[in-house]
Design a protein around this ligand. Structure first.
Ligand SMILES: [Zn+2]
Length: 304
């Protein structure tokens, strides 16, 4: 895959320095204002989803697919909370996601254990109303319940049931699948730019398709201006994102999907031929050019 050649994929040279400065200056304040509230929301969401799973898995829980779906839903919740709370620290996001997946599984196991325990109490009450759980010859804790589940076995397919250590192994695999999909969702969310001036997530402003002449005009409004031979000369999909703070920057993301194109006299067009594959570019838009660029995007989008 061609990830956009040369200058097309690079942010302006000032950006990393500004971002580093911003991170250094406001680290403790940022931790208290955004990271800790986000971690708290992540743990609450994980507990809620874990308990919800106990109810859902009684009716529907396809093997291996279910933990992946759990991971996707949890990752979606964590991403939404990141956007709302302006949590933009990737390392904290990764660590918090792993923590949240572990909390979700702990809540799920604990919920199942409570259901099992309540069923046991009800059963004993029907047999002998005087009997309490304390009178029963079973240990009453989560670990005992999990051991019991492992001994009882976990049916994987019709006719295949695993026991003992293999049950623990399948639980471990469930956890890895959920963690993998949740991390994928959260890490992909970091493709959205963060403002180097105020540290807030850019918001999606507009998207659509752009004709080559509009891309050429846009390439001269961005910073630094992009030369014509560094991007494919064909229609592209675009997405514009902007900092929510007025007067801060924007970013224009362009995507040229991979498709076979027949260039007439392709030997005479080495630039077009070079970019015939999939390509992506991210161009920074300075505050002064934002309005002009929006006009270009609005005027030159092909009619639907
Ligand atoms: Zn900003």
């Amino acid at each position: 895959m061609n990830r956009g050649a040369g200058a097309t994929g690079l942010p302006s040279s000032r950006r990393p320095q500004q971002a580093a400065l911003l991170q250094k200056q406001s680290m403790p304040a940022n931790l208290i204002r955004t990271v800790f509230p986000w971690l708290l929301v992540a743990v609450v969401a994980a507990v809620g989803l874990g308990l919800l799973t106990v109810v859902v898995q009684d009716h529907w829980a396809p093997l291996w697919l279910f933990p992946c779906l759990q991971g996707i839903v949890l990752g979606g919740c964590l991403t939404a909370a990141m956007r709302l709370l302006q949590m933009t620290r990737k390392r904290w996001a990764v660590a918090g996601t792993v923590l949240a997946v572990c909390v979700m599984f702990a809540a799920q196991f604990y919920g199942s254990y409570r259901v099992y325990r309540n069923a046991l109490v009800q059963k004993s009450a029907t047999v002998n109303p005087q009997l309490t759980l304390d009178d029963m010859p079973v240990e009453d804790n989560l670990l005992y319940y999990l051991r019991l589940q492992a001994l009882t076995g976990r049916p994987l397919t019709k006719g295949t049931t695993v026991y003992g250590g293999w049950v623990w192994a399948t639980w471990g695999l469930d956890l890895l699948l959920a963690a993998g999909t949740a991390l994928l969702v959260v890490v992909l969310a970091f493709r959205r730019p963060v403002c180097p001036l105020c540290g807030r997530w850019y918001r999606a402003v507009s998207d659509g398709q752009l004709l080559p002449r509009a891309i050429a005009r846009a390439s001269q409004l961005v910073e630094p201006p992009v030369s014509r031979d560094s991007y494919p000369q064909r229609e592209a999909q675009f997405r514009m994102t902007s900092c929510p703070t007025a007067g801060h920057g924007s970013q224009l993301e362009l995507f040229w999907p991979n498709r076979v194109r027949r260039f007439k006299g392709s030997k005479k067009q080495p630039a077009a031929q070079k970019h015939s594959g999939e390509a992506r570019a991210r161009w920074d838009v300075p505050p002064g050019s934002t309005v002009k660029l929006q006009d270009v995007l609005a005027d030159d989008s092909p009619p639907e």
